[in-house]
Design a protein around this ligand. Structure first.
Ligand SMILES: Nc1nc2c(c(=O)[nH]1)N[C@H]1C(S)=C(S)[C@@H](COP(=O)(O)OP(=O)(O)OC[C@H]3O[C@@H](n4cnc5c(=O)[nH]c(N)nc54)[C@H](O)[C@@H]3O)O[C@H]1N2
Ligand SMILES: Nc1nc2c(c(=O)[nH]1)N[C@H]1C(S)=C(S)[C@@H](COP(=O)(O)OP(=O)(O)OC[C@H]3O[C@@H](n4cnc5c(=O)[nH]c(N)nc54)[C@H](O)[C@@H]3O)O[C@H]1N2
Ligand code: SF4
Ligand SMILES: [Mo]
Length: 686
């Protein structure tokens, strides 16, 4: 931290659930943040933030930001609250939790959190220690990333991949089910640089997104059929002798079995299913195999299908077959999150051994069903929500809200705004913004670790997540010193690691530099010489582990979902101005995203007798929303697109696209098939 007269310059990092983890610089005067901008020296941030965080100061100083604890004084969902003191709020919580623990058992309490803050200790630290001690229900956080990870692990043994900055060395980049220009903006200059050096950029996406439109080639695959497309690519690669025989024989299992499997997937035979011309599939396979190095970049989009893990399992076979891993900038690149966490002292930070006995785990995806269950034993009596807005982000929204409406449920929400979930809370607690607390921010999109130093005092009576858990521990009568460690102590513990890639990365060096790159050779290639951390030590084209689990040991199509007659498959992806549901409370973001629209192909608009701009009812088996019909060239016939994360539908009702999505589980990884939603779209008659 340096001081220039009254102007203070503080280095920090964005804590949003975004792969870019931008390093930023805050300027403060007299305790007020007056300017926030991307760190120009950070090689990935390159001095720019994004459409959301360019307005972060108006989020920090927003008039609607929660400033003090509130208690509900009207019906659940009505938004009637009154101010109370922190002491009363904590006492209310302690009284209820202690009586629930006594009368129903600790598992009747469910803490619910996601990655609303993905900083290391504000995401998970003292909360996990306290929950282990109390023995409350645990949450399986698998709504984002877990499915992709499982799928990759089946083939490669881990999710480790190419360092995203190394994409500059790629000559063929396939952005597969990811909307880089919207969700991973800071990767785009890297891709552009590769392009300037001669790389071809291909996007595989059912929607003609901004990214697809900016690419050299867009392959508008039918949703959920990417497994089949990849199998057909392997068919061509094997038939045309493009397999790297040397790499495969040394570093892979099951080539012969795979070759036999893909024989039936000729481009001609999958053309109808994938919606792609056989000639295009043939060309794609050969271009991909012949370019050296070639790189696959999937992020999350693919995992939101029922066959989500199989998508990643199957895709991961491609760079093994072609030996793309050998080359600098070749292979597959997805999240760097698990990689970074594996270098930190997570056991020291989370202290999992504090748990006295195994406790039940509930999948976050099933919150609605679990809250409404009459058979769950013990039933959920108390819910603590932080870092998440489940009333918007979970599937089966109607059921989630029905559960939150339960009179006998005691809900506490800790957030910066009165979110849709907070509307149902008994007690609402104010949370700090990223400018107001300390954290270390590992990244799931690059190889830098950043320190976020607080630039200003907490707004009003808001507290950081870590401070909330210290206060909860105290009011619950706990005295164990490790429940009260300071944020600095927690970070020091996490950084006590002898991992060679963390050498020299300490709190002091981070304080001095703001951010540091993991220590590894510049030309670091994870699987150039094999070394896949699977059971066999090789990439498993055929997997004994999967066979033992009664699963398909080979990559395959998985269960591709189809709708009923006349139904459209609804994709509901991320938007430019919202961060999931974040920023939906704020102008100018709200105005820029506008009211809820559904994009349909002209053919589907005509077929249903609809008109561009009219209000329509969108209905699935799970529920309905009102939206503005938008004739769009971005979508293909049979597919519709709606944004995820908005505040209310076109009729002004606080319900969203997740009123339509089912909580159907994915194949493995415990995720949700959000994008396997099938809807009817009807004109609203007056
Ligand atoms: N601006 C902004 N940035 C964000 C976020 C945000 O809300 N707003 N959210 C952040 C979070 S939490 C995440 S997880 C990431 C997600 O980042 P991405 O994975 O890039 O985002 P998604 O919108 O989930 O999906 C990406 C693409 O997958 C496509 N898709 C859907 N189904 C299929 C399919 O069957 N096959 C293929 N090939 N493509 C398919 C969708 O059309 C979409 O364009 O973004 C992060 N960044
Ligand atoms: N239909 C559909 N549904 C989806 C998706 C989709 O593409 N389509 N995407 C899925 C994905 S990939 C994801 S990651 C999830 C996201 O699901 P959530 O994580 O529930 O989504 P957010 O809306 O980002 O909610 C995060 C909340 O955390 C709050 N928050 C931020 N910082 C802090 C803090 O320091 N402390 C506390 N206490 N709170 C804080 C924010 O204000 C915000 O309200 O949604 C999933 N749901
Ligand atoms: S949301 Fe993502 S792109 Fe925007 S500032 Fe934060 S890390 Fe950067
Ligand atoms: Mo996500």
């Amino acid at each position: 931290m340096t001081e220039t007269g009254l102007l203070k310059v503080v280095h920090g990092a964005c804590g949003h659930d975004c792969p870019d983890t931008c390093a930023w610089i805050a300027e403060t005067r007299d305790g007020t943040a007056v300017r926030l901008y991307g760190d120009p020296d950070h090689p990935f941030t390159r001095g720019v933030l994004c459409a959301k965080v360019n307005h972060y100061l108006s989020r920090v100083y927003h008039p609607d930001r929660l400033q003090y604890p509130l208690r509900r004084c009207g019906p659940k969902g009505a938004g009637q609250f009154e101010r109370i003191s922190w002491q009363s709020a904590l006492q209310l919580i302690a009284d209820r939790w202690l009586s629930d623990m006594r009368d129903y058992g600790a598992e009747s309490i469910l803490p619910f959190s996601s990655a609303g803050n993905q900083g290391l200790i504000q995401h998970s630290s003292l909360d996990q220690r306290l929950f282990s001690l109390l023995g409350v229900s645990r949450l399986e956080r698998n709504i984002c990333g877990a499915v992709a990870h499982e799928g990759l692990c089946a083939t490669q043994g881990s999710g480790v991949g190419v360092n995203p900055e190394e994409l500059v060395h790629s000559r063929y980049i396939v952005l597969w089910g990811t909307n880089t220009l919207v969700t991973n903006l800071h990767l785009w200059p890297v891709i552009q640089e590769a392009r300037n050096r001669g790389a071809r950029i291909v996007v595989v996406d059912p929607i003609r997104t901004k990214t697809a439109a900016a690419a050299d080639w867009h392959l508008p695959v039918r949703p959920g059929t990417d497994t089949v497309l990849a199998l057909a690519m392997m068919h061509v690669i094997i038939r045309e002798g493009r397999v790297d025989r040397d790499y495969v024989s040394q570093h892979a299992t099951g080539f012969d079995e795979l070759a036999a499997r893909v024989e039936q997937y000729s481009p001609a035979s999958v053309s109808g299913l994938t919606g792609l011309a056989a000639g295009d599939i043939e060309r794609f396979a050969l271009e991909y195999a012949d370019a050296k190095p070639s790189l696959l970049r999937p992020l999350i989009g693919l995992e939101h299908h029922r066959n989500g893990a199989m998508m990643f399992r199957t895709l991961a076979c491609l760079p093994v077959l072609t030996g793309a891993w050998r080359y600098r900038g070749g292979g597959l690149s997805r999240s760097t999150g698990a990689f970074q966490f594996s270098m930190l002292n997570m056991d020291g930070l989370l202290m999992p051994a504090l748990a006295q006995r195994p406790t039940r785990s509930l999948n976050m995806r099933d919150l609605g069903r679990d809250l409404c269950s009459t058979t769950l034993s013990p039933g959920i009596r108390s819910l603590l929500v932080y870092n998440s807005n489940p009333a918007v982000s979970l599937p089966q929204q109607t059921l989630v809200r029905q559960g939150l409406q339960r009179d006998d449920l005691f809900t506490v929400v800790h957030d910066l705004f009165l979110t849709d979930t907070a509307m149902y809370a008994d007690v609402v607690l104010p949370a700090t913004s990223q400018l107001e607390h300390l954290d270390l921010v590992p990244s799931w999109g690059h190889h830098y670790v950043s320190l976020n130093q607080p630039a200003i005092e907490p707004s009003g009576e808001s507290v950081a997540n870590t401070e909330l858990f210290r206060r909860l521990a105290r009011v619950l009568g706990r005295t164990e010193p490790y429940l009260f460690e300071s944020d600095e102590e927690l970070l020091s513990t996490a950084l006590q690691t002898d991992h060679p890639m963390m050498q020299g990365i300490t709190l002091d060096s981070l304080r001095a530099h703001g951010w540091l790159h993991l220590k590894h050779a510049e030309d670091w290639r994870p699987f150039a010489d094999g070394g896949f951390p699977t059971r066999s030590g090789k990439a498993e084209l055929w997997s004994a582990r999967l066979e033992e689990q009664g699963l398909d040991p080979l990559p395959g199509p998985g269960e591709i979902q189809r709708g009923g007659v006349g139904q459209l498959q609804l994709i509901s992806g991320k938007t430019l101005h919202y961060l999931n549901s974040g920023y939906s409370h704020q102008e100018p973001h709200r105005r820029r995203e506008g009211i809820l629209q559904i994009e349909l192909h002209a053919e589907d608009v005509a077929l249903r007798g609809l008109q561009d701009g009219m209000q329509v009812l969108v209905r699935s088996q799970q529920g309905e929303v009102t939206a503005i019909c938008c004739r769009s060239e971005r979508v293909q016939p049979g597919v519709a697109w709606m944004p995820f994360g908005g505040l209310s539908d076109a009729a002004g009702v606080r319900r969203h696209v997740n009123s339509l999505t089912p909580e159907e589980p994915t194949d493995w990884g415990g995720g949700s098939g959000f994008y396997d939603t099938f809807v009817d779209v009807l004109a609203i008659s007056d």
